[in-house]
Write a protein that binds this ligand. Structure first.
Ligand SMILES: Nc1ncnc2c1ncn2[C@@H]1O[C@H](COP(=O)(O)OP(=O)(O)OP(=O)(O)O)[C@@H](O)[C@H]1O
Ligand SMILES: [Mg+2]
Length: 416
């Protein structure tokens, strides 16, 4: 056994999607999404932030590719306008053809010049091959005079079906962070226009399936709900399955095994119960427990290391939690108070008009921070670590401070 340890954040990443091979649970989700997409359906994955949408979507795209489909992934977070969206989609689509992929690879690093370089090398053939009108897609990114011009985006979207028809392939497009399309900054142009454009092209594209993922649940539901919105009923909602306790246990043990590390049964139970099935929180806790074991030069994680891991995780998250609180404060006058009350399990409506409380709750819910609890009228903060942070900020009334922190202390130290 070597003394070198694997990095905790490599074993248990928390800042990016998990690789398909290391995904815990959710194989059934991937299977269902893949068979829907390969069968020509469109799928919408909507859910709160950091709950594993991109992880499942990436695994589904990988499986579609292995099945022989052409795939193209576009993350709207990374793009500044419709022109860049068109460019990115074009490059991802063309990369499915071996010859163009090589040309794109050679041109990489050339930034905005990529398509200018490609013009020489491959456009003539692609044009001949893909038919009239394809020229426009190669001009994407060359002229940014008119950011509201959706013509190139139309060309890029139409390219998908041309490829599908010419090469006899199913083309699967994954738009991640799709709620950005209707973002307040309108950087992709008028939201109604762009969603109508996408729908009108895509519903004629028989060989193309689309996977949409997005974080701000109500925006995604607005976009795809049965209203007069352009994308309504265009995609079927897929709700991600919970990752079960048994799946976490197997997954965590297997990953620790990659670093010749073991975990005691009670420590493993504790990690999983502290994480409450929340994907990122659970991963952060076990990541921090592993980091503790590396610092203490130990190959076994016990209950004490998990107790420490909770403190480490809270420290690790401090900045993010502060930022989330800042965001909550922008959600209206009573949002912060309501978030803290929900977190602390306190009386929600005390000293507030019912509408004020309801408005605060609605803002938090729209942002994917809270969800309905186990009983009607009950709410819960989705991320258990954020919940602890918020609960610890409760200052009214005094008795709650004590009971909230007491219960934290008790539950943190309780031995199972
Ligand atoms: N199936 C999984 N197995 C293990 N960890 C997971 C899984 N899904 C998500 N995670 C954890 O959650 C984190 C966020 O995952 P991912 O980026 O897929 O979520 P997301 O819902 O796309 O988030 P965002 O809203 O930020 O786009 C990962 O870094 C990982 O820690
Ligand atoms: Mg994501």
């Amino acid at each position: 056994m070597s003394d070198r340890r694997l990095g905790s954040a490599d074993l248990f990443p928390t800042d990016h999607p998990v690789e398909p091979a290391h995904m815990v649970g959710r194989a059934g989700d991937v299977d269902r999404v893949v068979s829907a997409l390969l069968g020509g359906g469109n799928i919408v994955l909507a859910g709160p932030r950091r709950t594993g949408k991109t992880t499942v979507a990436d695994a589904a795209m990988e499986a579609c590719r292995r099945d022989g489909a052409y795939v193209a992934t576009v993350d709207l977070f990374e793009l500044v306008d419709a022109s860049e969206l068109a460019q990115s989609l074009t490059i991802r689509l063309l990369g499915n053809r071996a010859a163009l992929k090589r040309a794109l690879g050679e041109a990489s690093g050339a930034g905005r010049q990529i398509l200018a370089v490609l013009r020489q090398a491959a456009v003539a053939r692609a044009r001949h091959d893909l038919g009239d009108g394809v020229e426009l897609v190669f001009e994407v990114g060359l002229d940014r005079q008119d950011p509201d011009d959706h013509a190139r985006l139309r060309a890029a979207l139409e390219l998908a079906d041309r490829l599908a028809q010419r090469d006899g392939k199913r083309v699967v497009i994954f738009f991640d962070e799709f709620q950005e399309i209707v973002g307040a900054d309108k950087r992709f142009g008028d939201p109604d226009r762009i969603t109508r454009l996408m729908r009108s092209v895509l519903q004629r594209s028989r060989g193309v399936s689309v996977l949409f993922a997005g974080s701000i649940e109500h925006l995604m539901r607005d976009l795809f709900a049965p209203t007069d919105r352009a994308l309504s009923q265009f995609g079927a909602f897929h709700e991600l399955a919970p990752i079960t306790t048994a799946q976490w246990q197997t997954g965590i043990r297997a990953r620790l095994g990659d670093d010749d590390t073991t975990i005691t049964d009670d420590a493993l139970d504790r990690v999983v119960s502290l994480g409450e099935g929340h994907p990122r929180a659970t991963m952060l806790l076990i990541q921090q427990a592993h980091a503790g074991s590396v610092e203490e030069l130990r190959r076994e994680i016990d209950h004490a290391l998990v107790v420490q891991a909770l403190e480490r995780a809270m420290r690790h998250e401090r900045l993010r939690h502060d930022q989330q609180l800042e965001l909550i404060r922008t959600l209206g006058r009573h949002a912060e108070r309501m978030a803290i009350r929900v977190a602390a399990g306190a009386e929600l409506y005390a000293n507030l008009k019912p509408q004020q409380a309801a408005r605060g709750l609605a803002g938090l819910h729209d942002r994917g921070l809270i969800a309905h609890g186990d009983r009607p009228g009950r709410w819960t903060v989705i991320d258990p670590l954020l919940r602890r942070y918020l609960a610890s900020r409760r200052v009214e009334p005094l008795s709650f401070v004590r009971s909230a922190s007491d219960s934290l202390t008790i539950s943190d130290k309780s031995v199972s």
